[in-house]
Design a protein around this ligand. Sequence first.
Ligand SMILES: [Zn+2]
Length: 366
Amino acid sequence: MNAKELRERLTLENILTVMETLDAEPIKNDESTYTMRTICHKGEKRKLYLYANDESYSFHCYTECGQLSLFDVVMNHFEWEQSEFHKCIEFICKVCNISLIQTGFGKESNNSTLLDLSFIKDWKRKMKSASRSLIYDLEKPKSYDLSLLNMFQNIYPVEWIELGMTVQTLKKFGVQYSTQYQQVLIPHFDIKGELVGLRIRNIDMETEQRLGKYGPYKLFKRFLNHPLGQHLYGLHIVIPTVLRKKRIMLVEAEKSCLIAYSLYQEESYVVALCGNTLSDVQRNLILMLDLNHVIIALDRGYKVVGSDEYDKWVEKIKRGFVERLKQYVKVSVLLDTGELLSYNDSPFDLGEDVLIQLIDSKITVN
Ligand SMILES: [Zn+2]
């Protein structure tokens, strides 16, 4: 049993009991709404609302915190750090008289996770025995407790499946979904498999227009963001293949990395930059891997081949990527010099046939 299962198990009565225990003094407003004191931020006003619809419950704090889950409210109230999430579970179980032992919570709950982490353990073991040159000396980024991923569901939007991502791949990369916020959650790991951030892709059109397509995930009032240029998305999974084939392919979006893995699984050597630039850290990370070949496969950043926009794009790839890599490693660029892709399409967006055509016509610069 994990946090997700606990949430599914909690009844309205349980939730109200938790709120009463925290002195929120909940009062029934109408059939499905309760109002109470804003204990989420130690406020006094009765501006914390609980909406109960068909077994789903959500809170909204109208003075400070915005939309919250029961876990958020409890965590905020006690000002617990994310790493203390197990305390939140224990507290709720205790108040609602749900046995920790029976449900499998307790000590092992710290380590419980929906993710299959065996690959990380494997990787860590390999890292230990790998050559010293692989141990990179970046300032250790802040990492998060993996159990926070327990709060979400292993369900995926159909749009993503239709784009060519398999459920198996999404699971492998720990992609989750929050039904409450209609967001796809994309955990970001560093090369060693430490969780370093959580990005969201908004599915709800209104939210997308308000907040954009992608963004950091907000949890307990904090954004779980991290400097995207510090990592290569997906590297912790494809690293054995990257080292074996001595090559890496750089794409822009997480999505393209996930499509690539869906197509080629253990043969994939595709990682995402999470943008269309190569940071110094990313460049050094690539050079440290001591590869033979780097393939740049960005989205089509121009509408018309041969236009000023096209020239600028080519120049950007030259200066930002090629010039900074070519003295160390063979560099190729996938560039759509025809009409295979539309503006902003990734080479992975239109299926394997298009991808193979682009790979076959790749430009090798050295
Ligand atoms: Zn609040």
